[in-house]
Design a binder for this molecule. Sequence first.
Ligand SMILES: NC(=O)c1ccc[n+]([C@@H]2O[C@H](COP(=O)([O-])OP(=O)(O)OC[C@H]3O[C@@H](n4cnc5c(N)ncnc54)[C@H](OP(=O)(O)O)[C@@H]3O)[C@@H](O)[C@H]2O)c1
Length: 371
Amino acid sequence: MGAYGKIGKKVVVSEFGETPLEALDRFLSFETQLPPEPETLRPTDVVVVVKSAAVGWVDLLMSSGQYQHMPKPPYTPGLESAGVVAWVGPEANHAVGDKVIVDGFLVGPRSKGAYQQYGGFASYVVAPNDGVIALPSRLSFDQAASFLGNYETAYHCVIARGQLRAGETILIHGASGSTGLAAVHLAKMLGAKVIATGRSLAKLEALKAHGVDHVVRAVDDTGAVARFRDEVKALTNGKGVDVVYDSVGGDISVESMHCAAFDARFVIVGWASTPFVAKGKGQRGAPNVNMIPTNLIMMKSLRVLGSPAVISAHQNPQLRATRLRDLFNWVDEGKLVPVSPEVFAFDDIKEALRAKWESRFLGGCVVHPID
Ligand SMILES: NC(=O)c1ccc[n+]([C@@H]2O[C@H](COP(=O)([O-])OP(=O)(O)OC[C@H]3O[C@@H](n4cnc5c(N)ncnc54)[C@H](OP(=O)(O)O)[C@@H]3O)[C@@H](O)[C@H]2O)c1
């Protein structure tokens, strides 16, 4: 009997925690998962045996009700995964044995509707026919499981919104993170100069292998945001950078505005340093929201660009069609080579989530629900 016939297991979050760490300590557990019964599925469904599932920052935020899109607990986390098709409905146009990426737009906790229950932290995922994408031959399951969220975000922020061009300079914060590293790859592929920031000297050093032109430590020895504007100005002949990729937020945003050239694009990607901006759990109000100084925006003629990759694609589906086409082409041509993430056993899911929360690894980590 193949893996499809085996009894599996899935992760369940029974209720939101006050913080992601509380959620994983108190409300996250494993449950048995039986292979989905074909007679309960639609003719256009496919069943995927999950080989690798990305451990995402959004999975953590979601478990504390801080993310803008919330499934109702109990739910199975795991926004993105990759695996092997184990069953196909008679009207699906995939085949048993196909290697696929499960599309988090249509399946799992970031999606809406019937397939929201099928998070990737599980042995089996049920997806609609359009909810799986053929795995590019150059990608491993681990690279593929982390591909869409990271590179679609980076594409939207660097290319669609940031309009980065060859010869320009981009300042990338959180460059060792999952989306930040994808932004580094895209910016270098475009022929831009990359100044990467981070807190950890070891991870900054490791970034050099990814082609960054300069690294800048964004914090001082106490962990407070450092004054790095002089260093960045010196690296750009006093001009400042053309694009800021701000996935960290908080004090870094303000310091970064001093690093920007006149008329620069300032792309707001996220706020990894201040995750608890809202009251959470659907309550209205944002007591800890990040603030940016309008005087600097005005005097430096900055273009501040909110850049939500998922929401924008729902507003304008053509945005997504274009970026998926480009990204998969670049992978097929060998121009984009996603990092191979750290791998955790499925039983170590809590440790994997903790590692992600602490930004332990360059580029992130995955779990293997079925080895
Ligand atoms: N715009 C979008 O559509 C979109 C899509 C996905 C994610 N996001 C957002 O983008 C942000 C990054 O996501 P991600 O998946 O790349 O997360 P990630 O893999 O955890 O990376 C974030 C990086 O930021 C740095 N960082 C974390 N806390 C920090 C702090 N207190 N001060 C300074 N630097 C800190 C870390 O690098 P060092 O340890 O090297 O400093 C870390 O590697 C999140 O806020 C996420 O919600 C936005």
